[in-house]
Ligand binder design. Sequence first.
Ligand code: FAD
Length: 460
Amino acid sequence: MRGLSVALVEKEDFGSGTSGRTSRLVHGGLRYLEQGRLGLVRESRRERAALMRIAPHLVQPLRFSWPVYGGARVTKARLGAGLTLYDMLSLSRPGKWHETLSPAELLAREPALKRDGLAGGGSYLDSSTDDGRLTLANALSASYWNAVVVNHMTATTVSESSPHRVELTNNITGEHRTICGRVIVRAVGPWSSTAAHSKGSHILVDRAVVGNREAIALLSPLDGRVMFVLPSGAHTIIGTTEILTRASPDEVRASEPEISYLVDSVNSYLADSRLSRSDVISAWAGLRPLASPAPGDLTSASREHSIARDATGTITITGGKLTTYRAVAEETVDLVQVALGMRASRSRTAIEALPGADRERLIAEMIVSEPTTGEPLTGNSQLRPADLTYSVRHEMALTLSDLLIRRTLAAFRARDHAMSLAAPAADVVAPLLGWSSALKEAAIADYRRDISRIFTIDPD
Ligand SMILES: Cc1cc2nc3c(=O)[nH]c(=O)nc-3n(C[C@H](O)[C@H](O)[C@H](O)COP(=O)(O)OP(=O)(O)OC[C@H]3O[C@@H](n4cnc5c(N)ncnc54)[C@H](O)[C@@H]3O)c2cc1C
Protein backbone atom coordinates (compact mmCIF):
# COMPACT_ATOMS: atom_id res chain seq x y z
CA MET A 1 0.00 0.00 0.00
CA ARG A 2 3.00 2.32 0.47
CA GLY A 3 4.33 1.62 -3.02
CA LEU A 4 7.20 -0.70 -2.05
CA SER A 5 8.04 -3.75 -4.14
CA VAL A 6 7.32 -6.69 -1.84
CA ALA A 7 7.43 -10.49 -1.88
CA LEU A 8 5.76 -12.48 0.93
CA VAL A 9 6.94 -16.07 1.29
CA GLU A 10 5.18 -18.62 3.54
CA LYS A 11 6.60 -22.12 3.92
CA GLU A 12 3.31 -23.89 4.59
CA ASP A 13 0.11 -21.88 4.45
CA PHE A 14 -1.13 -18.55 5.76
CA GLY A 15 -2.24 -19.19 9.36
CA SER A 16 -0.64 -22.64 9.55
CA GLY A 17 1.60 -21.53 12.44
CA THR A 18 0.67 -19.80 15.68
CA SER A 19 -1.79 -17.51 13.92
CA GLY A 20 -4.09 -20.46 13.20
CA ARG A 21 -3.87 -21.87 16.77
CA THR A 22 -5.06 -18.88 18.81
CA SER A 23 -8.09 -18.43 21.05
CA ARG A 24 -9.59 -16.62 18.03
CA LEU A 25 -10.05 -13.45 20.04
CA VAL A 26 -9.44 -9.88 19.02
CA HIS A 27 -9.27 -8.53 22.50
CA GLY A 28 -8.13 -5.69 24.66
CA GLY A 29 -6.32 -8.01 27.05
CA LEU A 30 -8.31 -7.44 30.22
CA ARG A 31 -5.80 -9.59 32.12
CA TYR A 32 -2.98 -7.11 31.28
CA LEU A 33 -4.72 -4.60 33.56
CA GLU A 34 -3.70 -6.72 36.56
CA GLN A 35 -0.08 -6.30 35.41
CA GLY A 36 -0.55 -2.53 35.04
CA ARG A 37 0.18 -2.65 31.29
CA LEU A 38 -2.26 0.10 30.39
CA GLY A 39 -0.46 1.09 27.17
CA LEU A 40 -0.83 -2.42 25.80
CA VAL A 41 -4.53 -2.54 26.71
CA ARG A 42 -5.10 0.84 25.05
CA GLU A 43 -3.28 -0.25 21.90
CA SER A 44 -5.20 -3.54 21.77
CA ARG A 45 -8.53 -1.78 22.16
CA ARG A 46 -7.60 0.71 19.43
CA GLU A 47 -6.62 -2.15 17.13
CA ARG A 48 -9.81 -4.04 17.93
CA ALA A 49 -11.78 -0.98 16.78
CA ALA A 50 -9.66 -0.71 13.61
CA LEU A 51 -10.20 -4.39 12.75
CA MET A 52 -13.94 -4.14 13.32
CA ARG A 53 -13.88 -1.25 10.85
CA ILE A 54 -11.76 -2.87 8.12
CA ALA A 55 -12.97 -6.47 8.55
CA PRO A 56 -16.48 -6.62 10.02
CA HIS A 57 -16.92 -9.94 8.20
CA LEU A 58 -14.04 -11.42 10.22
CA VAL A 59 -14.18 -9.67 13.59
CA GLN A 60 -17.44 -9.79 15.51
CA PRO A 61 -18.37 -8.58 19.00
CA LEU A 62 -18.42 -11.31 21.62
CA ARG A 63 -19.88 -10.88 25.10
CA PHE A 64 -18.01 -12.39 28.04
CA SER A 65 -19.30 -13.21 31.49
CA TRP A 66 -16.83 -13.34 34.36
CA PRO A 67 -18.24 -15.19 37.38
CA VAL A 68 -16.78 -14.44 40.81
CA TYR A 69 -16.98 -17.06 43.56
CA GLY A 70 -16.23 -16.53 47.26
CA GLY A 71 -12.49 -16.39 47.99
CA ALA A 72 -11.48 -15.67 44.36
CA ARG A 73 -8.25 -13.72 43.76
CA VAL A 74 -10.19 -11.21 41.66
CA THR A 75 -13.03 -10.04 43.89
CA LYS A 76 -16.27 -8.57 42.54
CA ALA A 77 -15.15 -5.05 43.52
CA ARG A 78 -11.76 -5.50 41.85
CA LEU A 79 -13.39 -6.90 38.72
CA GLY A 80 -15.83 -3.96 38.61
CA ALA A 81 -12.95 -1.47 38.89
CA GLY A 82 -11.00 -3.34 36.20
CA LEU A 83 -13.95 -3.37 33.81
CA THR A 84 -14.55 0.36 34.33
CA LEU A 85 -10.90 1.06 33.50
CA TYR A 86 -11.14 -1.32 30.52
CA ASP A 87 -14.01 0.75 29.10
CA MET A 88 -12.18 4.01 29.79
CA LEU A 89 -9.16 2.80 27.81
CA SER A 90 -11.34 2.29 24.76
CA LEU A 91 -10.74 5.68 23.21
CA SER A 92 -12.43 4.83 19.93
CA ARG A 93 -15.93 4.40 21.26
CA PRO A 94 -16.47 5.86 24.65
CA GLY A 95 -19.34 4.37 26.58
CA LYS A 96 -20.19 1.62 28.98
CA TRP A 97 -19.59 -1.78 27.48
CA HIS A 98 -19.49 -3.62 30.76
CA GLU A 99 -21.98 -4.44 33.50
CA THR A 100 -21.55 -5.74 37.01
CA LEU A 101 -23.98 -8.56 37.72
CA SER A 102 -25.67 -10.08 40.74
CA PRO A 103 -25.56 -13.90 41.08
CA ALA A 104 -29.11 -14.12 39.66
CA GLU A 105 -28.25 -11.88 36.70
CA LEU A 106 -25.12 -13.88 35.97
CA LEU A 107 -26.99 -17.19 36.14
CA ALA A 108 -29.65 -15.78 33.82
CA ARG A 109 -26.88 -15.20 31.27
CA GLU A 110 -25.01 -18.44 31.90
CA PRO A 111 -27.35 -20.95 33.56
CA ALA A 112 -24.81 -23.78 33.30
CA LEU A 113 -22.60 -22.19 35.98
CA LYS A 114 -22.43 -23.60 39.49
CA ARG A 115 -24.63 -21.70 41.97
CA ASP A 116 -22.77 -22.58 45.18
CA GLY A 117 -20.61 -19.70 46.36
CA LEU A 118 -21.40 -17.45 43.38
CA ALA A 119 -20.93 -13.84 44.49
CA GLY A 120 -21.94 -12.31 41.14
CA GLY A 121 -19.54 -11.05 38.51
CA GLY A 122 -19.26 -8.94 35.41
CA SER A 123 -19.93 -8.88 31.75
CA TYR A 124 -17.93 -7.13 29.03
CA LEU A 125 -17.46 -6.98 25.27
CA ASP A 126 -14.47 -8.14 23.24
CA SER A 127 -14.42 -9.75 19.76
CA SER A 128 -14.01 -13.12 18.14
CA THR A 129 -12.45 -13.89 14.79
CA ASP A 130 -11.48 -16.74 12.50
CA ASP A 131 -7.71 -16.46 13.00
CA GLY A 132 -6.76 -18.43 9.86
CA ARG A 133 -9.07 -16.37 7.69
CA LEU A 134 -7.91 -13.08 9.22
CA THR A 135 -4.34 -14.07 8.37
CA LEU A 136 -5.35 -15.17 4.88
CA ALA A 137 -7.26 -11.92 4.29
CA ASN A 138 -4.05 -9.97 4.92
CA ALA A 139 -2.08 -12.12 2.46
CA LEU A 140 -4.82 -11.71 -0.16
CA SER A 141 -4.92 -7.98 0.49
CA ALA A 142 -1.13 -7.76 -0.01
CA SER A 143 -1.55 -9.62 -3.29
CA TYR A 144 -4.31 -7.21 -4.33
CA TRP A 145 -1.92 -4.31 -3.63
CA ASN A 146 0.64 -5.92 -5.99
CA ALA A 147 2.86 -7.84 -3.58
CA VAL A 148 4.06 -11.21 -4.86
CA VAL A 149 2.51 -13.62 -2.35
CA VAL A 150 3.34 -17.34 -2.26
CA ASN A 151 2.54 -20.18 0.11
CA HIS A 152 4.19 -23.62 0.37
CA MET A 153 7.57 -22.07 -0.29
CA THR A 154 10.40 -22.09 2.28
CA ALA A 155 12.94 -19.28 2.47
CA THR A 156 16.29 -20.78 3.39
CA THR A 157 19.64 -19.04 3.10
CA VAL A 158 19.78 -15.29 3.02
CA SER A 159 23.01 -13.70 1.77
CA GLU A 160 24.59 -11.23 4.19
CA SER A 161 25.04 -8.16 2.00
CA SER A 162 22.35 -6.00 0.46
CA PRO A 163 20.67 -6.63 -1.93
CA HIS A 164 20.12 -9.92 -0.08
CA ARG A 165 19.68 -13.10 -2.08
CA VAL A 166 17.08 -15.44 -0.61
CA GLU A 167 16.92 -19.09 -1.67
CA LEU A 168 13.39 -20.44 -1.99
CA THR A 169 12.22 -24.06 -2.16
CA ASN A 170 8.77 -24.91 -3.45
CA ASN A 171 7.51 -27.55 -1.01
CA ILE A 172 4.99 -28.96 -3.49
CA THR A 173 7.11 -29.25 -6.65
CA GLY A 174 10.60 -29.30 -5.05
CA GLU A 175 11.74 -26.51 -7.39
CA HIS A 176 14.29 -23.91 -6.23
CA ARG A 177 14.39 -20.19 -6.95
CA THR A 178 16.38 -17.19 -5.83
CA ILE A 179 14.93 -13.76 -5.21
CA CYS A 180 16.63 -10.51 -4.21
CA GLY A 181 15.55 -7.84 -1.78
CA ARG A 182 17.14 -4.76 -0.24
CA VAL A 183 15.48 -5.40 3.12
CA ILE A 184 14.52 -8.79 4.57
CA VAL A 185 11.84 -9.07 7.26
CA ARG A 186 11.65 -12.34 9.19
CA ALA A 187 8.11 -12.63 10.52
CA VAL A 188 8.46 -16.30 11.38
CA GLY A 189 6.92 -16.40 14.87
CA PRO A 190 8.35 -19.26 16.98
CA TRP A 191 10.57 -20.36 14.06
CA SER A 192 12.70 -17.29 14.79
CA SER A 193 14.70 -19.08 17.49
CA THR A 194 15.28 -22.50 18.99
CA ALA A 195 14.89 -21.08 22.50
CA ALA A 196 12.10 -22.34 24.75
CA HIS A 197 8.61 -21.09 23.91
CA SER A 198 5.37 -21.06 25.84
CA LYS A 199 2.93 -23.69 24.58
CA GLY A 200 -0.81 -23.01 24.72
CA SER A 201 -3.40 -25.70 23.98
CA HIS A 202 -7.13 -25.65 23.34
CA ILE A 203 -9.82 -28.32 23.33
CA LEU A 204 -13.06 -28.36 21.35
CA VAL A 205 -16.21 -30.02 22.70
CA ASP A 206 -19.93 -29.96 21.89
CA ARG A 207 -21.45 -26.74 23.20
CA ALA A 208 -24.44 -28.65 24.55
CA VAL A 209 -22.15 -30.49 27.00
CA VAL A 210 -20.77 -27.29 28.55
CA GLY A 211 -24.00 -25.34 28.09
CA ASN A 212 -22.37 -21.90 27.76
CA ARG A 213 -24.48 -19.34 25.93
CA GLU A 214 -21.74 -16.80 25.23
CA ALA A 215 -18.09 -16.56 26.26
CA ILE A 216 -17.00 -17.07 29.86
CA ALA A 217 -13.72 -15.90 31.41
CA LEU A 218 -12.56 -18.01 34.37
CA LEU A 219 -9.71 -18.17 36.83
CA SER A 220 -8.46 -21.75 36.89
CA PRO A 221 -8.77 -23.06 40.45
CA LEU A 222 -5.65 -25.14 39.76
CA ASP A 223 -3.20 -22.26 39.26
CA GLY A 224 -5.21 -19.01 39.18
CA ARG A 225 -4.61 -18.37 35.43
CA VAL A 226 -7.26 -16.65 33.31
CA MET A 227 -8.82 -19.04 30.81
CA PHE A 228 -11.71 -18.86 28.37
CA VAL A 229 -14.78 -20.89 27.44
CA LEU A 230 -15.64 -19.72 23.93
CA PRO A 231 -18.64 -20.39 21.71
CA SER A 232 -17.83 -21.62 18.20
CA GLY A 233 -21.09 -22.47 16.43
CA ALA A 234 -22.34 -25.79 17.78
CA HIS A 235 -19.06 -26.22 19.66
CA THR A 236 -17.22 -24.71 22.59
CA ILE A 237 -13.48 -24.05 22.59
CA ILE A 238 -11.71 -24.09 25.96
CA GLY A 239 -8.21 -22.70 26.46
CA THR A 240 -5.52 -22.18 27.09
CA THR A 241 -2.66 -23.78 28.94
CA GLU A 242 0.79 -22.26 29.40
CA ILE A 243 3.77 -24.59 29.43
CA LEU A 244 7.42 -23.91 28.71
CA THR A 245 8.61 -26.21 25.92
CA ARG A 246 11.44 -26.75 23.47
CA ALA A 247 9.14 -28.57 21.03
CA SER A 248 9.65 -27.64 17.40
CA PRO A 249 6.89 -25.35 16.10
CA ASP A 250 6.37 -27.93 13.34
CA GLU A 251 5.64 -30.66 15.87
CA VAL A 252 3.75 -28.94 18.66
CA ARG A 253 0.67 -30.75 20.00
CA ALA A 254 -1.62 -30.79 23.01
CA SER A 255 -0.91 -33.36 25.73
CA GLU A 256 -3.08 -35.44 28.08
CA PRO A 257 -2.06 -33.44 31.22
CA GLU A 258 -3.08 -30.21 29.45
CA ILE A 259 -6.45 -31.70 28.55
CA SER A 260 -6.99 -32.79 32.17
CA TYR A 261 -6.10 -29.27 33.30
CA LEU A 262 -8.63 -27.69 30.93
CA VAL A 263 -11.41 -30.21 31.68
CA ASP A 264 -10.88 -30.03 35.47
CA SER A 265 -10.66 -26.23 35.53
CA VAL A 266 -13.90 -25.76 33.60
CA ASN A 267 -15.69 -28.52 35.49
CA SER A 268 -15.10 -26.76 38.77
CA TYR A 269 -17.30 -23.91 37.46
CA LEU A 270 -20.07 -26.04 35.96
CA ALA A 271 -23.12 -27.30 37.81
CA ASP A 272 -22.92 -31.14 37.80
CA SER A 273 -19.26 -31.10 36.61
CA ARG A 274 -20.60 -32.41 33.37
CA LEU A 275 -17.50 -32.33 31.16
CA SER A 276 -15.35 -35.45 30.75
CA ARG A 277 -12.26 -36.48 28.78
CA SER A 278 -14.40 -38.45 26.33
CA ASP A 279 -16.23 -35.23 25.34
CA VAL A 280 -13.06 -33.84 23.78
CA ILE A 281 -13.52 -33.84 19.99
CA SER A 282 -10.18 -32.28 19.15
CA ALA A 283 -7.20 -30.62 20.78
CA TRP A 284 -4.33 -28.59 19.35
CA ALA A 285 -1.47 -26.40 20.49
CA GLY A 286 0.43 -23.29 19.45
CA LEU A 287 3.67 -21.66 20.59
CA ARG A 288 3.97 -18.14 21.95
CA PRO A 289 7.46 -16.86 21.24
CA LEU A 290 8.79 -15.32 24.43
CA ALA A 291 9.78 -11.89 23.17
CA SER A 292 12.60 -10.81 25.41
CA PRO A 293 14.18 -7.68 23.97
CA ALA A 294 16.92 -8.92 21.62
CA PRO A 295 20.15 -7.06 20.81
CA GLY A 296 19.15 -4.37 18.34
CA ASP A 297 15.58 -4.28 19.68
CA LEU A 298 13.88 -1.21 18.28
CA THR A 299 10.66 -1.36 20.29
CA SER A 300 9.84 -0.10 23.73
CA ALA A 301 10.16 -2.72 26.48
CA SER A 302 6.57 -2.10 27.54
CA ARG A 303 5.28 -3.64 24.29
CA GLU A 304 4.48 -7.30 23.82
CA HIS A 305 6.53 -7.66 20.68
CA SER A 306 10.09 -7.05 19.63
CA ILE A 307 11.36 -5.76 16.28
CA ALA A 308 15.13 -6.22 16.05
CA ARG A 309 17.61 -5.41 13.29
CA ASP A 310 20.82 -7.44 13.09
CA ALA A 311 24.22 -6.55 11.60
CA THR A 312 23.12 -7.65 8.11
CA GLY A 313 20.09 -5.37 8.27
CA THR A 314 17.58 -8.24 8.55
CA ILE A 315 14.57 -7.19 10.60
CA THR A 316 13.08 -9.89 12.88
CA ILE A 317 9.66 -9.55 14.48
CA THR A 318 8.71 -11.71 17.45
CA GLY A 319 5.89 -11.81 19.95
CA GLY A 320 2.86 -9.58 19.78
CA LYS A 321 -0.75 -10.64 19.53
CA LEU A 322 -2.97 -11.43 16.63
CA THR A 323 -5.02 -8.43 17.81
CA THR A 324 -2.14 -6.02 17.36
CA TYR A 325 -0.70 -7.46 14.13
CA ARG A 326 -1.69 -4.38 12.12
CA ALA A 327 0.08 -1.97 14.47
CA VAL A 328 3.20 -4.19 14.53
CA ALA A 329 3.17 -4.34 10.72
CA GLU A 330 2.80 -0.57 10.47
CA GLU A 331 5.77 -0.07 12.78
CA THR A 332 7.80 -2.62 10.81
CA VAL A 333 7.11 -1.01 7.43
CA ASP A 334 8.10 2.38 8.89
CA LEU A 335 11.47 0.80 9.78
CA VAL A 336 11.77 -0.80 6.33
CA GLN A 337 11.25 2.58 4.69
CA VAL A 338 13.93 4.13 6.92
CA ALA A 339 16.28 1.22 6.08
CA LEU A 340 15.68 2.01 2.40
CA GLY A 341 16.71 5.60 3.03
CA MET A 342 13.16 6.90 2.70
CA ARG A 343 10.92 8.82 5.07
CA ALA A 344 8.23 6.63 6.63
CA SER A 345 5.03 7.40 4.73
CA ARG A 346 1.49 7.18 6.06
CA SER A 347 0.08 3.70 6.60
CA ARG A 348 -3.41 3.08 5.21
CA THR A 349 -4.00 -0.33 6.77
CA ALA A 350 -6.35 1.08 9.41
CA ILE A 351 -8.72 2.39 6.74
CA GLU A 352 -8.48 0.01 3.75
CA ALA A 353 -11.00 -2.85 4.06
CA LEU A 354 -9.68 -6.41 4.13
CA PRO A 355 -10.98 -8.69 1.36
CA GLY A 356 -13.47 -11.51 1.78
CA ALA A 357 -16.72 -9.71 2.66
CA ASP A 358 -18.27 -10.87 -0.63
CA ARG A 359 -17.21 -14.52 -0.31
CA GLU A 360 -20.63 -15.91 0.70
CA ARG A 361 -22.32 -14.02 -2.12
CA LEU A 362 -19.83 -15.26 -4.73
CA ILE A 363 -20.22 -18.86 -3.51
CA ALA A 364 -24.02 -18.49 -3.65
CA GLU A 365 -23.71 -17.23 -7.25
CA MET A 366 -21.55 -20.23 -8.15
CA ILE A 367 -24.22 -22.53 -6.74
CA VAL A 368 -26.96 -20.79 -8.74
CA SER A 369 -25.04 -21.33 -11.98
CA GLU A 370 -23.99 -24.91 -11.05
CA PRO A 371 -26.52 -26.26 -8.51
CA THR A 372 -24.67 -29.55 -7.85
CA THR A 373 -21.79 -27.57 -6.30
CA GLY A 374 -24.18 -26.59 -3.50
CA GLU A 375 -24.95 -30.15 -2.40
CA PRO A 376 -23.21 -31.54 0.71
CA LEU A 377 -19.77 -32.98 -0.02
CA THR A 378 -20.81 -36.20 1.72
CA GLY A 379 -23.88 -37.29 3.73
CA ASN A 380 -24.75 -34.50 6.13
CA SER A 381 -21.49 -32.58 5.75
CA GLN A 382 -21.80 -28.80 5.90
CA LEU A 383 -19.05 -28.51 3.30
CA ARG A 384 -20.05 -28.06 -0.32
CA PRO A 385 -17.97 -28.47 -3.46
CA ALA A 386 -18.56 -24.75 -4.09
CA ASP A 387 -16.70 -23.84 -0.85
CA LEU A 388 -13.65 -25.83 -1.95
CA THR A 389 -13.72 -24.59 -5.54
CA TYR A 390 -13.90 -21.00 -4.32
CA SER A 391 -10.90 -21.49 -2.02
CA VAL A 392 -8.80 -22.95 -4.82
CA ARG A 393 -9.79 -20.27 -7.33
CA HIS A 394 -9.67 -17.21 -5.08
CA GLU A 395 -7.93 -18.07 -1.81
CA MET A 396 -4.64 -19.70 -2.82
CA ALA A 397 -5.57 -23.14 -1.40
CA LEU A 398 -3.17 -25.72 -2.85
CA THR A 399 -3.48 -28.74 -0.54
CA LEU A 400 -6.20 -30.65 1.32
CA SER A 401 -4.83 -29.24 4.59
CA ASP A 402 -5.22 -25.70 3.26
CA LEU A 403 -8.84 -26.57 2.50
CA LEU A 404 -9.94 -28.76 5.39
CA ILE A 405 -7.85 -27.32 8.23
CA ARG A 406 -7.57 -23.60 7.44
CA ARG A 407 -10.12 -22.45 4.82
CA THR A 408 -13.03 -24.35 6.40
CA LEU A 409 -11.91 -25.40 9.95
CA ALA A 410 -13.54 -28.80 9.23
CA ALA A 411 -10.58 -30.66 10.76
CA PHE A 412 -11.01 -28.91 14.13
CA ARG A 413 -14.67 -29.88 14.40
CA ALA A 414 -14.69 -33.63 13.81
CA ARG A 415 -13.27 -36.53 15.77
CA ASP A 416 -11.68 -37.91 12.58
CA HIS A 417 -10.35 -34.40 11.77
CA ALA A 418 -12.26 -34.53 8.46
CA MET A 419 -10.26 -37.53 7.20
CA SER A 420 -13.54 -38.89 5.77
CA LEU A 421 -13.82 -35.72 3.66
CA ALA A 422 -10.30 -35.96 2.22
CA ALA A 423 -11.11 -38.25 -0.73
CA PRO A 424 -14.33 -36.49 -1.80
CA ALA A 425 -12.60 -33.11 -1.42
CA ALA A 426 -9.69 -34.37 -3.53
CA ASP A 427 -12.17 -35.44 -6.24
CA VAL A 428 -13.61 -31.90 -6.32
CA VAL A 429 -10.32 -30.01 -6.50
CA ALA A 430 -8.23 -32.47 -8.59
CA PRO A 431 -9.26 -30.95 -11.95
CA LEU A 432 -8.58 -27.42 -10.65
CA LEU A 433 -5.14 -28.29 -9.24
CA GLY A 434 -4.15 -30.62 -12.07
CA TRP A 435 -3.98 -33.70 -9.82
CA SER A 436 -3.67 -37.10 -11.53
CA SER A 437 -4.98 -40.10 -9.55
CA ALA A 438 -1.46 -40.66 -8.20
CA LEU A 439 -1.24 -37.01 -7.05
CA LYS A 440 -4.70 -37.33 -5.51
CA GLU A 441 -3.55 -40.33 -3.46
CA ALA A 442 -0.41 -38.44 -2.44
CA ALA A 443 -2.53 -35.44 -1.38
CA ILE A 444 -4.71 -37.69 0.80
CA ALA A 445 -1.61 -39.28 2.38
CA ASP A 446 -0.17 -35.79 3.06
CA TYR A 447 -3.46 -34.79 4.70
CA ARG A 448 -3.38 -37.88 6.95
CA ARG A 449 0.16 -36.93 8.01
CA ASP A 450 -0.77 -33.30 8.67
CA ILE A 451 -3.75 -34.06 10.91
CA SER A 452 -1.70 -36.60 12.81
CA ARG A 453 1.07 -33.99 13.26
CA ILE A 454 -1.36 -31.33 14.50
CA PHE A 455 -4.19 -33.15 16.30
CA THR A 456 -2.57 -36.23 17.87
CA ILE A 457 -2.66 -35.89 21.66
CA ASP A 458 0.73 -36.55 23.23
CA PRO A 459 0.66 -38.75 26.34
CA ASP A 460 2.73 -36.25 28.37
C1 FAD B 1 -2.35 -20.71 22.45
C2 FAD B 1 -2.31 -19.31 21.93
C3 FAD B 1 -3.46 -18.54 21.95
C4 FAD B 1 -3.42 -17.24 21.46
N1 FAD B 1 -4.59 -16.53 21.44
C5 FAD B 1 -4.59 -15.28 20.96
C6 FAD B 1 -5.82 -14.58 20.84
O1 FAD B 1 -6.89 -15.10 21.12
N2 FAD B 1 -5.77 -13.31 20.40
C7 FAD B 1 -4.59 -12.69 20.06
O2 FAD B 1 -4.63 -11.53 19.71
N3 FAD B 1 -3.40 -13.36 20.10
C8 FAD B 1 -3.38 -14.64 20.54
N4 FAD B 1 -2.21 -15.34 20.57
C9 FAD B 1 -1.00 -14.71 20.07
C10 FAD B 1 -0.93 -14.84 18.53
O3 FAD B 1 -1.26 -16.13 18.15
C11 FAD B 1 0.44 -14.53 18.01
O4 FAD B 1 0.81 -13.27 18.43
C12 FAD B 1 0.49 -14.48 16.50
O5 FAD B 1 -0.22 -15.54 15.93
C13 FAD B 1 1.94 -14.51 16.05
O6 FAD B 1 1.98 -14.48 14.65
P1 FAD B 1 3.35 -14.62 13.88
O7 FAD B 1 3.07 -14.21 12.48
O8 FAD B 1 4.43 -13.93 14.62
O9 FAD B 1 3.72 -16.18 13.95
P2 FAD B 1 3.09 -17.39 13.14
O10 FAD B 1 1.63 -17.29 13.01
O11 FAD B 1 3.63 -18.64 13.77
O12 FAD B 1 3.66 -17.23 11.68
C14 FAD B 1 4.97 -17.53 11.33
C15 FAD B 1 4.92 -18.15 9.93
O13 FAD B 1 6.23 -18.22 9.41
C16 FAD B 1 6.29 -19.35 8.58
N5 FAD B 1 7.70 -19.69 8.40
C17 FAD B 1 8.58 -20.13 9.34
N6 FAD B 1 9.80 -20.32 8.80
C18 FAD B 1 9.71 -19.99 7.48
C19 FAD B 1 10.62 -20.00 6.40
N7 FAD B 1 11.90 -20.37 6.56
N8 FAD B 1 10.18 -19.62 5.17
C20 FAD B 1 8.89 -19.24 4.98
N9 FAD B 1 7.98 -19.22 5.99
C21 FAD B 1 8.37 -19.59 7.22
C22 FAD B 1 5.50 -20.41 9.35
O14 FAD B 1 5.04 -21.45 8.51
C23 FAD B 1 4.37 -19.58 9.95
O15 FAD B 1 3.18 -19.63 9.17
C24 FAD B 1 -2.21 -16.67 21.01
C25 FAD B 1 -1.05 -17.45 20.98
C26 FAD B 1 -1.09 -18.77 21.42
C27 FAD B 1 0.12 -19.61 21.34
